[in-house]
Write a protein that binds this ligand. Structure first.
Ligand code: NAP
Length: 297
């Protein structure tokens, strides 16, 4: 429960709807900004007034998954207005107030340092990244099915990266009957791939190894799917780049070669916003309970 906690939710997308619902269920006092066009009204929530004393009660400020832009503006799909996150306003929050964001940038990190409030980029956390890999894998399956005319079963699939997402992808495509190879750069990850009963590709030698496959799934946020990789792919191959923008694929070269290559960011928010919102809500609630003590909470 979050009885006695005061939380401001500023901007965001459908994930925030589930987050707000959960915060209400857990009895937090919720203040909203950037949801003015929402049909579904949250009767228990209070409009956030940046000029009022509300700020002095806040235990947490929750920003959208993309955080702010480089100028400190916050977007929300339920409002036409960009919301500015004022430094002076943040300074008026209690010292313990936690600032949650999905990802951070230089502006937001500097701002949190300046106002001396803890900034928690949720997507950097292992727990959130691993939970989020579940809807991401489902979104990947959806896109692969939509953009190929052959089954996953029996296809040769290369997954680049064996991090929190790569591992979930490799396992799922293996279970679906694909022949899965995983691109890794360390002997530790190669050992893990072996333990999983799969074959590894040494990414330190990516320009020299056999990269032919039907489906290439990239999770490495650096240019790894380069021209030398793409030129080995058959014309029916699909490259799905899941790494954060701008991805790790030479999209221009893929286009010239006639190989379909798609950058697919933000899949949890697209295919399962409710689950993605619940993942955020659970972690926010846990961190609030751990970090901010409430006598009646
Ligand atoms: P992660 O756990 O950090 O894994 C990244 C992997 O990339 C690791 O295996 C790492 O290898 C490898 N790697 C990094 N730099 C490399 C390089 N220069 N050469 C070769 N390998 C390299 O990250 P994650 O949580 O799996 O997420 C992966 C990417 O997917 C991120 O960009 C994330 O933002 C994105 N993502 C996208 C979606 C979506 O909806 N599309 C959803 C979730 C995550 P080591 O282990 O050797 O360091």
């Amino acid at each position: 429960m979050l009885t006695g906690y005061h939380v401001a939710v500023i901007g965001g997308d459908a994930r925030q709807i589930e987050l707000i619902r959960r915060l209400n269920e857990w009895d937090a006092t919720v203040y909203l900004a950037g949801f003015d066009q929402l049909n579904e009204s949250f009767r228990e929530a209070i409009d956030l007034d940046f000029d009022s004393q509300q700020v002095e009660k806040l235990d947490a400020v929750i920003l959208p998954v993309p955080g702010t832009d480089d100028d400190g503006k916050i977007e929300g799909i339920f409002s036409n207005q960009l919301i500015h996150l004022p430094e002076e306003w943040l300074k008026r929050t209690p010292d313990h107030c936690l600032i949650f964001t999905g990802i951070t940038n230089t502006h937001l990190t500097k701002l949190a340092n300046k106002v001396n409030r803890p900034l928690i980029p949720l997507m950097d956390r292992d727990d959130v990244a691993i939970y989020n890999s579940i809807p991401t894998v489902e979104g990947t399956l959806m896109l692969v099915i939509q953009h190929t005319d052959f089954t996953i079963h029996g296809s040769k699939v290369i997954v680049l990266g064996l991090g929190r997402l790569g591992m979930s992808l490799a396992r799922t495509f293996d279970h679906l009957g694909a022949e899965v190879l995983v691109g890794v750069r360390s002997s530790k990850s190669a050992a893990r791939v072996y333990e999983m009963g799969l074959k590894s590709i040494d990414m330190n030698e990516i320009d020299k190894v056999d990269m032919t496959c039907d489906i290439l799934l990239n999770t490495v946020p650096h240019l790894v799917v380069n021209a030398s990789v793409i030129k080995q792919l058959p014309s029916h191959a699909l490259i799905l780049d899941l790494a954060s923008k701008p991805g790790g694929t030479d999209f221009r070269y893929a286009d010239n070669r006639g190989v379909k290559a798609l950058l697919a960011p933000g899949l949890p928010g697209i295919v399962a916003p409710k689950t993605a919102g619940r993942i955020i809500a659970d972690v926010v609630s846990r961190l609030l309970n751990q970090n901010v003590r409430k006598e009646n909470g």
